[in-house]
Design a protein around this ligand. Structure first.
Ligand SMILES: [Mg+2]
Length: 297
């Protein structure tokens, strides 16, 4: 820059030396101020981002939300999830074919759970990650939208079972108030026997045993299909992690035989057991409880 001043005759050599120093100091001063402004602006942006995230608690990166994200993505985007769903229903078909070889003096029934067994609610679970959702109200709204998709292989298997003379019963712990949305969703997807009398929702008792016994009065229960141990028998109505693990050991012969299990890492009794079903815990307290079960070496 002082070359320009010299060219214009505005600087002597002596002045040029002084000017060099002044320009250097000026540049240094401008550089420091610019850096300070940049840091301050960057800090403001970070603060705004954090405030935005805090306004939407559910997308705040916590251990649980990271885990939910992975669980939902595994269900929605992994080919392995889809393969496991097909595997479950392929085994169900094999078992049903074997069972059909035996003479029964009662009509056969196949009992299926609904959520994450025949209907895929992963979009609701995704919504829980991206936007704050209030359970159960927002879940009821989701049910009422009747937008859940079918679990791969479910409809095909149930159509097959009905074609072989079986009745289908949908036993779910969705509340009775959700019957209309549930029926609309199942019917929209073309599920067989999706009608009142075949869809048994929760009235006041979470255990499904009473509803299974009701079906057993008129039918021989051939298969039970679900994503949660409570979908199979009251022997699994256990709330501790250790108790649940032990109960599966006790009945291990039944799995893949008359009990067909669908994968569900997103929610269920397995997760509630990790924090002792204690809904009053803060998120931090719940994380502390959950982490107790992590095994390392
Ligand atoms: Mg379920």
């Amino acid at each position: 820059m002082n070359d320009i001043f010299k060219t214009l005759g505005l600087l002597t050599n002596n002045q040029e030396g002084k000017m060099n120093k002044r320009i250097k100091y000026a540049f240094l001063f401008v550089f420091i101020i610019s850096c300070l402004l940049l840091i301050s602006s960057s800090n403001n942006q970070n603060t705004e981002k954090i405030e935005n995230v805090e306004n939407q608690e559910t997308i705040k990166p916590t251990l649980e939300n990271e885990a939910s994200l992975m669980a939902v993505l595994w269900c929605q985007a992994s080919a392995e999830y889809r393969a496991l769903a097909y595997q479950a229903y392929n085994i169900a078909r094999l078992r049903l074919d074997e069972e059909l070889q035996i003479d029964r003096n009662q009509k056969r029934a196949v009992i299926v759970d609904i959520d994450e067994t025949v209907l895929d609610n992963s979009r609701y679970n995704a919504k829980e990650i991206t936007d704050k959702q209030i359970y159960p109200d927002d879940f009821y709204k989701w049910i009422d939208m009747a937008k859940a998709e079918a679990i791969p292989g479910a409809k095909e298997f149930l159509d097959y079972a009905v074609s072989k003379g079986c009745d289908v019963f949908y036993i779910s712990n969705r509340r009775v108030r959700c019957l209309d949305g549930t029926l609309r969703n199942l019917q929209k997807l073309g599920f067989p026997q999706a009608e009142e009398g075949h869809v048994l929702l929760k009235e006041d008792i979470s255990s499904k045993e009473g509803r299974r016994q009701k079906v057993a009065k008129t039918h021989y229960i051939t298969l039970l299909i679900g994503d949660n141990l409570i979908d199979f028998s009251e022997v699994f109505d256990i709330r501790s992690v250790e108790g649940r693990l032990a109960s599966v050991e006790n009945y291990k012969e039944n799995f893949g035989k008359n009990f067909i299990v669908l994968p569900n890492p997103m929610h269920g009794a397995w997760f509630k057991a990790l924090y002792d079903y204690d809904r009053n815990l803060s998120k931090e307290e719940r994380t502390q409880k959950i982490i107790r079960y992590l095994k390392s070496y």
